[in-house]
Design a protein around this ligand. Structure first.
Ligand SMILES: *[C@@H]1O[C@H](CO)[C@@H](O)[C@H](O)[C@H]1NC(C)=O
Ligand SMILES: *[C@@H]1O[C@H](CO)[C@@H](O)[C@H](O)[C@H]1NC(C)=O
Ligand SMILES: *[C@@H]1O[C@H](CO)[C@@H](O)[C@H](O)[C@H]1NC(C)=O
Ligand SMILES: *[C@@H]1O[C@H](CO)[C@@H](O)[C@H](O)[C@H]1NC(C)=O
Ligand SMILES: *[C@@H]1O[C@H](CO)[C@@H](O)[C@H](O)[C@H]1NC(C)=O
Length: 313
């Protein structure tokens, strides 16, 4: 399949959106750029190319990963809402899929439960072992957000983070302008209703993991702090609020054994009825129930804020 760059998808859709995209896409093959010299043929070719591009963009979007999410979903509007940022701090759950390794919970993307389940179902669980990125567990955080006072939205634009670093060139510019705000993005193509992904800028958000140091920390402190104030450097805090083993959720008692002898998680009852709304709701409830039984002192749900940021169309 020819590969169209995400930047190309975006630039056709809306020029200013291209900044949302990770730089991990392959260049467009040279031959797709050559136009016939006959103007009539050129017009037909251009029309065909536009259709092909649109299709490729959709495919590319479907294939995009959590860490490299396409900005296309952002083009579809988030629900309209009254203006006004969180004047008071707002706490809600964010979830993350992770391997057994530990990482700092900043300069990462996270999701609401619907967004997380969509990611798991489509990009993590495979018909064979190991899972994508060796993901084994679902982490839950109580995240508290307070947006800088001058900001009119509760959230800012979503940025894709990969390996502890924002992969979008305009990240630095945006954070300099608006403060280190939490970004959100409705996953419009998700079949899990209301799926949202978030971006959580921490220290040195535009520096690779190995290069992060005191100097970039001073220049770009990020938004994470202990008690949110809504200052540009203190827009969010997070407390770990439990974790689940995905195998436990699926009712697999010995994951090693399962991988050796079966491997296809999709045949497990937990994943039955993929693509069916009522089964998705059942799966979401199972996740909430398991969290509830493991962490009875914590509420299994917190009211979710509206993802109110949307690009200008
Ligand atoms: C921001 O959040 C507050 C508190 O939840 C809410 O009252 C307000 O409507 C939200 N603003 C937007 C633009 O959604
Ligand atoms: C997953 O785990 C295997 C075995 O430990 C390892 O070889 C592989 O590199 C890991 N893959 C990723 C993406 O971390
Ligand atoms: C979430 O964190 C906020 C801020 O620390 C705290 O006030 C709230 O009680 C916490 N909520 C839960 C359910 O732990
Ligand atoms: C944020 O910046 C202000 C002003 O420079 C400073 O006083 C405050 O300590 C900083 N907060 C954090 C959490 O770094
Ligand atoms: C899990 O399965 C593996 C592979 O079949 C086996 O070697 C191991 O003993 C099992 N572990 C337990 C706790 O049963």
């Amino acid at each position: 399949m020819p590969v169209v760059s995400l930047a190309e998808c975006e630039s056709d859709a809306e020029a200013s959106q291209s900044s949302l995209l990770p730089k991990d896409s392959s260049p467009v093959p040279a031959n797709t750029r050559r136009w016939p010299s006959n103007p009539a043929l050129a017009a037909i070719a251009a029309a065909l190319a536009a259709v092909a591009l649109a299709l490729l963009c959709v495919q590319r979007f479907r294939a995009s990963t959590f860490s490299g999410a396409s900005g296309l979903a952002q083009l579809a509007a988030a629900p309209a809402s009254a203006a006004g940022a969180f004047r008071d701090a707002k706490s809600f759950y964010m979830y993350r899929a992770q391997s057994d390794e530990s990482y700092a919970f900043e300069n990462v993307n996270a999701a609401n439960l619907a967004g997380l389940m969509w990611y798991l179902e489509h990009e993590v669980v495979f018909p064979q072992c190991p899972r994508h990125y060796n993901i084994t567990r679902i982490l839950r955080y109580n995240v508290t957000v307070k947006t800088p006072h001058h900001f009119q939205h509760n959230f800012s634009r979503f940025f894709a983070f990969d390996k502890g670093m924002c992969t979008t060139p305009t990240c630095a510019e945006e954070y300099a302008k608006n403060g280190f705000t939490v970004g959100c993005q409705y996953q419009q193509s998700s079949d899990y209703q209301g799926a949202v992904w978030y971006s959580l800028p921490g220290k040195c958000p535009v520096t690779p993991l190995v290069g992060k140091n005191a100097a970039c920390g001073a220049a770009m402190p990020g938004g994470r702090c202990d008690r949110v104030t809504g200052e540009r450097n203190c827009t969010w805090s997070a407390d770990f609020a439990g974790q689940l083993d995905i195998a436990e959720l699926e009712g697999v008692s010995n994951w090693t054994h399962f991988c050796l002898h079966h491997g296809n998680e999709y045949v497990l009852p937990f994943w039955s009825g993929r693509g069916h709304k009522e089964h998705m709701q059942t799966r979401l409830r199972k996740v909430q129930k398991l969290f509830e039984s493991k962490y009875p002192k914590l509420p299994s749900q917190l009211e979710e804020p509206l993802c109110d940021w949307r690009p200008r169309l």
